[in-house]
Design a protein around this ligand. Structure first.
Ligand SMILES: *Cc1c(COP(=O)(O)O)cnc(C)c1O
Length: 180
């Protein structure tokens, strides 16, 4: 995928959980997820005692719709001291997980821009998109971290397995520490 670090995990769900954790997702914060995904994505959030916050998808990419997301965050989001909050629940919104469903790349440029403007981390769920490219970049290599799966139904399989991908050496070291 052209990333500096790939850290082996027991499966894709654990890869997502570890990626979210090293990205700074704390318990009782919300993580933005597409409403169309495999249950592992919200499970990884729940395993950290964080809360899935589903947003709508786009019928072309099948992934998070940037225009709908921007409107949604303008409506429910509130920035206080550089931290985004959900004004309906009072909880911080800590991260967003674009999912490249069925190998279709999400509109990453738009999502990265929205995430940067609201100060939230981007973790790609590329469990179904190993080998997919978005504007000549590999899926899983575009966000702060990416998660892939090597489960039996995936593109490359080890029976069960996964990996966290990142260019950040400190996040890779933390992921390696947590996984072992
Ligand atoms: C398969 C899959 C996962 C989880 O991978 P496992 O290795 O089965 O834990 C996560 N997200 C998506 C979108 C998947 O398809």
């Amino acid at each position: 995928c052209g990333v500096a670090h790939a850290v082996a995990m027991v499966n894709g769900t654990a890869a997502l959980e570890v990626a979210l954790r090293v990205a700074g997702v704390e318990p009782n914060t919300e993580v933005l997820l597409p409403s169309l995904t495999f249950v592992a994505t919200p499970n990884a959030v729940s395993h950290l005692n964080a809360v899935p916050h589903f947003v709508d998808v786009n019928e072309q990419t099948l992934g998070i719709d940037p225009a709908a997301l921007r409107l949604h965050l303008q409506r429910v989001g509130e920035s206080k001291a550089g931290q985004l909050f959900n004004r309906e629940t009072g909880r911080p919104i800590s991260a967003i997980v674009p999912v490249h469903v069925f190998g279709h790349p999400v509109a990453m440029d738009e999502l990265l821009e929205i995430a940067a403007s609201f100060g939230i981390a981007v973790i790609e769920d590329a469990a179904e998109a190993l080998g997919s490219q978005y504007k000549a970049r590999q899926c899983a290599a575009i966000g702060l971290l990416g998660a892939v799966s090597f489960n039996g139904n995936k593109i490359i399989t080890t029976g069960g397995g996964g990996a966290v991908l990142t260019n950040d050496p400190n996040l890779a070291a933390m992921a390696r520490h947590l996984s072992t």
